[in-house]
Design a protein around this ligand. Structure first.
Ligand code: SAH
Ligand code: SF4
Length: 341
């Protein structure tokens, strides 16, 4: 769906009254209408025009998987050109309804442990395609009197390689006329693209930043994430400090736990030294090994011990609850399985 701003611009150009744009947004976000024809206040010729010029959905849901208690719902979408992407709704007990959105079909970053990385890069998504993933869940929740209230850019793709559309999408998520989600509840996760972090400080300083670290030093990080060859750890840490200094916001470092690769006590101590003094939080992610050949997930004891070392060194750390394991709810796993041949 177009942003309210763009819808108004389009209407201005075509001489359509501005109040129509508000009517449409009300119908989408208050009454969960997903079809212009069902918005009865609109004249028929306008409905036809809108269906062509400003379609409500730029994507079509193909498969919906749900875990047993319905707290994690994953959708696979087909875009207009046949590309496939995925998004996940996670419902938490504290009333958080968080949608994890994709920003690219595939991803060019080639992290060795990631299913999306293995697909290669297909194309960037437009902001409408990003927003529509959440709109799909928003409309479903609305029928139960609930709403999407958190967004994480942690689906397929690297947000800072599609910077402009990601920022437009984030701003649309924030728009009070639409999703009305505070920037504080919007998180962008990057593999560590330094220029993107610097730009984000200026453009959406109230949003949360998550940085996928996965290793405490350059040597190991370069083996896991090719991006580490371009953006070295030293410079990455300096940029992250600049982010917290300027925004006063805590950074989340993501660290996926890979058996015998990055999960030793030594790594935990090294990570503690690296992050000491930073306004940060480490999120230890249990590895989803469903489609991985060779790389295994760390055992629970190892993860606990790693977390303990971080904590005694004064680094706040949590172990991510692995939601939706049975529905392949990790980065790229559903689309990877169903990718077009
Ligand atoms: N491209 C961005 C955001 C999407 S990936 C980034 O890399 O940060 C979101 C997170 O899922 C990243 O931290 C990524 O490393 C992690 N991830 C990828 N594959 C995974 C897997 N199989 N199991 C667990 N986490 C995984
Ligand atoms: Fe891309 Fe993120 Fe997967 Fe790396 S982990 S390949 S950056 S989606």
């Amino acid at each position: 769906m177009k942003s309210l701003f763009e819808l108004r611009e389009l209407f201005k150009k075509r001489g359509i009254p501005q109040f129509r744009a508000n009517q449409i947004y009300q119908a989408l976000f208050k009454s969960a209408k997903n079809n212009y024809a069902d918005i009865h206040v609109l004249p028929k010729d306008l409905t036809e025009f809108l269906e062509k010029e400003a379609p409500i959905y730029t994507l079509k849901p193909l498969i919906k998987n749900q875990n047993k208690d319905g707290t994690t719902i994953k959708a696979l979408f087909e875009l207009r050109d046949g590309e496939k992407i995925e998004a996940v709704l996670m419902k938490f007990e504290d009333k958080r309804n968080s949608v994890c959105v994709s920003c690219q079909a595939g991803c060019p970053m080639k992290c060795v442990f990631c299913a999306t990385g293995k697909m290669g890069f297909r194309r960037n998504l437009t902001y409408e395609e990003i927003v529509d993933q959440a709109l799909y869940f928003e409309q479903e929740l609305l029928t139960k009197g609930e709403r999407v209230n958190h967004i994480v850019f942690m689906g397929m793709g690297e947000p800072f390689l599609n910077y402009d559309e990601v920022i437009k999408a984030a701003k649309m998520f924030n728009d009070p006329a639409g999703f009305n989600i505070s920037f504080r509840h919007i998180t962008v996760s990057t593999s560590g693209i330094i220029p993107g972090i610097k730009q984000m400080i200026n453009d959406i300083p109230q949003a949360n930043l998550a940085v996928s670290l996965h290793a405490p030093n350059d040597k190991l990080r370069k083996k896991l994430m090719p991006v580490a060859k371009t953006y070295l750890m030293n410079e990455l840490m300096e940029t992250c400090k600049e982010y917290t200094h300027k925004t006063h916001r805590r950074i989340t470092y993501e660290y996926v736990m890979l058996k015998d690769i990055n999960d030793s006590d030594k790594c935990a101590h090294e990570l503690s030294s690296l992050l000491r003094g930073q306004l940060c939080h480490v999120n230890l992610i249990p590895f989803n090994e469903t489609y991985s050949k060779g790389i295994k997930a760390s055992v629970k004891n190892r993860i606990d011990s790693f977390a303990h070392i971080l904590k005694i060194n004064g680094i706040p750390a949590t172990i991510r609850v692995s939601m939706g394991k049975e529905i392949n709810a990790a980065c790229g796993q559903l689309a990877g399985k169903n990718k077009s041949k």
